[in-house]
Design a protein around this ligand. Structure first.
Ligand SMILES: NC(=O)c1ccc[n+]([C@@H]2O[C@H](COP(=O)([O-])OP(=O)(O)OC[C@H]3O[C@@H](n4cnc5c(N)ncnc54)[C@H](O)[C@@H]3O)[C@@H](O)[C@H]2O)c1
Length: 575
């Protein structure tokens, strides 16, 4: 629970301190009416509720400090306890309290090493009981659907997964998954066919459906973009045939603003003959986790929810509050749809700014990372991000196009501009490599290089090759007949070869190579013996440091070596 320490007080705190903290709880989205008394290590000593304060006033207690009025035997549970276990254990715990105790035990404190982490009350427990009885069906078991399904299964829900890809379902049933996410494998093995049941048909009855199917973006011959809605409409049609009165449908797939209200709800109503807001509920709750840390962020990130009505919001909130401690209610479904697009498009936009700077710096042979570092140092406003060989991933690169596709034609299209700057980085990398080859008087077909880091990013690490800048750059180099090879610390040889990339294992050394390009920022790049690898290479080796991870000066100590970053090219003094 974020800011929970704002409720901490010491046992000698005065009444005015306690009352002030209670009063300010709302400002930090914390429960009102409870203060946690802790020792110097923040370990829980007791609780003070508004009831304790009333009783103190009633008894005209003059010695009004925390230790005089606190309940020093509060109800605590381990922070990672399942709510069902709390409910099973609660009667026992309550019995141990003396019946005569007048301390109000309506708040349960979840602790880690006896340090409070979260406060829950009986209402939350009751809501969870209700939710635990419901059948949740996650529709679409790709990256978003599978991570969410297993996170929900892990907090005690029974989750049915539905995907129309039979192969995927068969693999999942065997506990096999090709998504690289910390903790995902373990959760799949733990919950598969128990609390997580994947199938390639929709269950006949379900109360809650969460839609996580693909919504790819497409470009037509006039270079206009639109979102392909075939998958989401197919999923919605199927759900509408199975749902019943009281169902809740949550959209988690990314969609253009307005789609849920103008197309999805009417489609559900038409197929099901039920009425939204009367017979069923709808909400939009976007997925915002970062690949590589999804399981952590599903618990840590605030969950944005836009409901069709208050009931839709509340029902959705009950599900997501099982995962996340902060739920953000937004004014409408449309606001939630927009927020998803905003977060990703903003990142693409600021990265485009940094990338554009690197292009300008290249013209002047300025080390842009050093320049940005200096610009940001001690400057307290909007730090400039660092540039990269391109912005990748399935989601980040798509959302600006969705914005662009719904933008009125009279408006400036900053989204598309950002995209085109970020894409232009691929050409920039390729052209600067070609320049080096030309300078060496080597034919393109005789120039052998290795790209290290094919996944679309290295930190947090992922094995996802979708919209990877490295893969794009590889293809452009191959088109120029360059002898290009690829290696990745995470992506397996089989998957690399499936992408039609010539695999080469960097562990075999770099003999007979002319260049090595580091195009993602994986931490393991830094564990390689770079000096040794470069020394094994042909004369006049090219070292391309796409993320400025390495020490330029160290590389340049190697004879006849060229160090390249996005913005600068430097040769060893003895080149
Ligand atoms: N990957 C991300 O990081 C990310 C992050 C946030 C949001 N999103 C959004 O979430 C949605 C899903 O993304 P993803 O990366 O998981 O996509 P994905 O392509 O990995 O997975 C989609 C899954 O849906 C299944 N599917 C397609 N149509 C179906 C149907 N009619 N019925 C049942 N299953 C169907 C596919 O077989 C596939 O397994 C997209 O809208 C995407 O933009 C993705």
């Amino acid at each position: 629970m974020k800011n929970i320490e704002k409720l901490f007080t010491k046992k000698n705190s005065s009444m005015i301190t306690i009352l002030k903290k209670m009063d300010q709880a709302n400002d930090f989205s914390l429960p009102r009416g409870i203060i946690l008394v802790v020792d110097k290590d923040n370990k829980l000593l007791g609780t003070i509720t508004d009831g304790d304060i009333r009783r103190a006033f009633k008894n005209k207690n003059k010695v009004l400090s925390a230790q005089d009025i606190m309940n020093n035997n509060p109800l605590t549970f381990p922070h990672d306890v399942k709510h069902k276990d709390i409910i099973d254990e609660l009667p026992k715990k309550l019995k141990t309290r003396k019946n005569s105790s007048r301390k109000f035990l309506s708040n349960l404190i979840l602790v880690k090493n006896n340090i409070p982490q979260r406060i829950i009350n009986y209402y939350e427990l009751y809501q969870n009981l209700e939710i635990n009885d419901k059948a949740v069906t996650v529709v679409g078991l790709g990256y978003v659907g599978i991570t969410l399904s297993l996170a929900l299964a892990d907090v005690g829900l029974k989750v049915f997964g539905y995907d129309n890809n039979k192969r995927k379902i068969n693999r999942l049933r065997e506990g096999d998954i090709d998504i690289h996410e910390i903790g995902l494998d373990r959760l799949l093995k733990e919950h598969i066919n128990k609390s997580f049941i994947p199938a390639n048909t929709l269950k006949d009855t379900a109360d809650i459906f969460i839609i996580c199917v693909s919504t790819p973006i497409e470009e037509d011959s006039n270079k206009n973009f639109s979102t392909n809605l075939v998958f989401i409409k197919d999923a919605v049609t199927n759900i509408s045939k199975k749902m019943s009165k009281g169902s809740l449908i949550i959209l988690r797939s990314t969609v253009p603003i307005g789609l849920t209200r103008t197309e999805i709800i009417p489609l559900i109503e038409k197929v099901s003959s039920l009425k939204c807001g009367i017979d069923f509920s709808v909400s939009f709750a976007p997925e915002r986790t970062i690949e590589g840390m999804a399981m952590k962020e599903l618990r840590d990130l605030p969950q944005i929810i836009g409901g069709y009505d208050q009931e839709s919001f509340e029902k959705t909130s009950r599900i997501f509050s099982k995962l996340a401690s902060t739920i953000i209610k937004v004014e409408s479904i449309e606001a939630a749809e927009m927020i998803k697009l905003m977060n990703n498009s903003f990142r693409d936009y600021v990265f485009a700014f940094a990338n554009n700077l690197s292009l300008i710096a290249y013209d002047h042979n300025i080390d842009i990372n050093q320049a940005i570092k200096s610009a940001n140092k001690g400057y307290p406003r909007n730090p400039i991000p660092y540039p990269s060989p391109g912005v990748g991933g399935a989601c980040l690169t798509k959302d600006p196009y969705i914005f662009s596709s719904i933008l009125k034609s009279s408006r400036n299209d900053v989204f598309r501009l950002s995209r085109s700057i970020n894409i232009s980085m691929h050409k920039h990398v390729v052209e600067s490599i070609l320049d080096q080859i030309k300078k060496r008087n080597i034919k393109f077909k005789d120039f052998k290089l290795l790209i290290c880091g094919l996944a679309f990013k290295g930190d947090p690490e992922t094995g996802d090759l979708r919209n990877s800048s490295s893969v794009e750059i590889y293809k452009m180099l191959i088109e120029k007949n360059i002898k290009a090879f690829g290696y990745d610390h995470i992506v397996k040889k089989r998957e690399i070869e499936n992408e039609n990339i010539n695999y080469y294992d960097i562990k075999k050394g770099m003999k007979r190579f002319d260049a090595i390009l580091f195009l993602n920022n994986h931490i393991k790049n830094l564990r390689l013996d770079i000096q040794k690898l470069i020394r094994q290479m042909n004369d006049f080796p090219v070292f391309y440091d796409g993320w400025s991870q390495f020490s330029k000066d160290e590389i340049l100590q190697i004879k006849k070596c060229t160090y390249m970053s996005l913005s600068s090219v430097k040769n060893s003094l003895d080149s």
